[in-house]
Design a protein around this ligand. Structure first.
Ligand SMILES: Nc1ncnc2c1ncn2[C@@H]1O[C@H](COP(=O)(O)OP(=O)(O)OP(=O)(O)O)[C@@H](O)[C@H]1O
Length: 585
């Protein structure tokens, strides 16, 4: 929790101001009944009109000062809590950017989003409650009791008895309510999760006619939530009226016993008004504090969830700054790499070795789940490897600061992801200071220029969230242009041509070959036609290298490759390509 307290520090002045003004406001609230008592006991009793005027003006001044200080305190408190939450959100986001993909998997992407939004909101609301309700409650009680003792000792003792009874009641009811609140939060988590799946997966749900099933799942979650919400509501239905009943009965008792004392002449009539006000303020603060107190467990569980993010040490950290000097460019080497996902029982890659040279195309092919994307993801150091080495220009990628390494790599993921904005802004994502000519050139190589020009607003056309208003092939081409505009040393295309038609695929590969003469090109592919011309093809089988060579070489030596080719290529293509490879050799 100390980490979270650290975020309060920059706002401590604002907080201190909020507390000071709040206390001032509370003092004025307590001072007014005292003035009322004097007004009645002295001014009215003695028919002293000037005294009544003076006291009324004083009461008015105190009320105005109290009101102003309440406003100032509320503004300062909201500035402090909102600032605290802004800083916290920023820190959580920055921390998340340092996470490796394994770290993301540990916490879960959906949970990261809920923590960064909902949990921080809960903390902000609870912070406000603590500042404005919980913190002043004990002080108001002390001040109220002191004033009550000054007014009438017997009545003050009665107040203490009421406060103790009130606290016991609040404790007993609160003890029942707090676990219900925690349960409510967990059920809300589930409800959000079911809702998110139902909305993001709407296409699949409709395609498989699973609307009824999803509806039932959601309705069930709503019922679960309702069940606990009703129980919580029931507790509140008992809690609030009970506490207010205590308040009303206590006030009635003050009037009763106070009246007797006034009749005896042992107390003045104005004092009854003051005592009623003191007790009302104390108990009202108490009711509010009980409500605020219920929020604490919820805020604590949110704080724990946020702390988890801040405390997680990223799996991949940059080594102390070292000079990365090398005379070569674009040579990537895997040396006996074995890799296992954190939550997996066995390695997904075993003893992988190959070298991708600049100007050459290295293709990776294999069955689904054979580990192709995993190899692609290891190149930009998204995951930490524990056995073997990956070298860029002869230097272990772990020695590179992550930013330097990724600056040298143009990565196109399997699922083309675009950001909301324009086509231009998405391509520019690869190089912030790219000129418009560079953007056009990259789009031309990616075979995207023509379709972009065909859109109503060309490069300024709107791209919806995650590129949902573009087709799969259009998205892939914009994502490829984004990598090309960087002009990196190593290109990694993770099955990035899968949504392209054969003609576009072939045009793109041809343009790519001409464009990236001094960079290494690594292409993960499912379609053998995409990689027939590659300088070397790595055939993966169950995480192991089953063969490396050109198409022609593999057709002779690698049975797995032969199987893939046989299922994907026609007789004519097989024949033609083998002859072609012979000639090349
Ligand atoms: N994040 C992950 N955590 C645990 N296991 C994973 C993770 N990602 C992939 N795997 C597993 O690793 C294996 C290799 O996956 P990978 O995505 O590299 O295969 P692939 O050859 O690219 O498959 P495809 O052609 O279907 O995309 C699979 O068995 C998969 O279940």
């Amino acid at each position: 929790m100390r980490k979270l307290l650290h975020f309060i520090k920059p706002h401590k002045n604002m907080l201190a101001g909020a507390v000071i003004f709040l206390f001032f406001n509370n003092f004025t609230a307590m001072f007014i009944p005292t003035l009322t008592a004097e007004l009645i006991n002295v001014g009215v009793a003695n028919r002293d009109i000037p005294y009544i005027y003076r006291t009324c003006i004083l009461m008015l001044t105190v009320a105005v000062l109290g009101g102003v200080s309440a406003i100032v305190s509320a503004i300062m408190a909201s500035k402090a809590t909102a600032g605290f939450c802004r800083d916290l959100r920023e820190a959580v986001f920055i921390k998340a950017q340092q996470y490796s993909l394994t770290d993301f998997q540990t916490i879960g992407t959906a949970s990261m989003i809920t923590r960064c939004t909902n949990d921080i909101n809960i903390m902000q609301r609870s912070g406000m409650m603590f500042l404005r309700i919980l913190l002043p409650a004990p002080l108001m009680t002390i001040v109220g009791l002191t004033l009550a003792f000054r007014t009438n000792v017997r009545m003050a003792c009665f107040f203490i008895a009421v406060i103790v009874f009130f606290s016991i009641m609040a404790y007993l009811i609160g003890r029942k309510a707090i676990p219900l609140f925690q349960q409510l939060q967990r059920r809300m988590d589930r409800l959000t999760y079911v809702l998110r799946e139902g909305i993001t997966g709407v296409r699949v749900i409709r395609a498989f006619n699973r609307e009824e099933f999803e509806k039932n799942r959601f309705v069930e979650s709503c019922h679960d939530y309702r069940e606990i919400a009703v129980k919580t509501g029931r507790v509140f239905a008992i809690l609030l009226p009970s506490l207010f009943l205590i308040l009303d009965l206590s006030v009635a008792s003050v009037i009763w016993f106070g009246g007797i004392q006034v009749t005896n002449g042992s107390m003045e009539i104005g004092s009854i008004f003051a005592l009623i006000e003191y007790l009302t303020i104390i108990l009202f603060c108490g009711v509010m504090a009980v409500m605020g107190f219920m929020e604490i467990p919820r805020a604590l569980s949110s704080a724990v969830r946020i702390n988890e993010i801040l405390n997680l040490t990223p799996e991949i950290r940059d080594e102390p700054a070292s000079d990365i000097k090398s005379n070569t460019r674009g040579t990537l080497e895997f040396q006996d790499v074995t890799f296992q996902y954190a939550n997996a029982e066995e390695p997904v890659l075993s003893h992988i070795s190959f070298t991708a040279k600049p100007g050459q195309t290295t293709a990776i092919i294999g069955g689904t789940g054979s580990g192709k994307s995993t190899i692609a993801n290891l190149i930009p150091h998204f995951y930490e490897i524990h056995e073997g080495k990956i070298l860029l220009n002869g230097i272990d990628i772990r020695k590179y600061p992550q930013k330097t390494l990724r600056d040298r790599i143009g990565f196109v993921p399997q699922k083309a992801f675009l950001f909301r904005g324009t086509i231009e802004s998405n391509i520019r994502f690869g190089k912030q200071d790219a000129t418009i000519d560079e953007i056009h050139a990259a789009a031309k190589v990616a075979q995207a220029h023509d379709f972009i020009e065909g859109l109503e607003n060309g490069y300024q056309s709107y791209v919806a969230q995650a590129g949902s208003n573009l087709s799969g092939g259009q998205k892939q081409r914009v994502a490829i242009a984004r990598a090309l505009v960087k002009k990196p040393e190593v290109y990694v295309f993770d099955d990035s041509f899968s949504a392209l038609d054969f003609k576009t695929d072939s045009l793109l590969r041809k343009a790519l070959k001409e464009e990236v003469r001094d960079s290494a090109l690594i292409i993960v592919a499912q379609r053998i036609s995409t990689i027939l011309d590659a300088d070397q093809i790595i055939v993966l089988d169950d995480g192991k290298v089953a063969g490396i060579g050109t198409h022609g070489e593999l057709m002779k030596s690698c049975p797995i490759y032969q199987q893939i080719a046989a299922t994907q290529l026609s007789e004519k293509e097989l024949q033609g390509k083998e002859d072609h490879s012979h000639e090349q050799a």
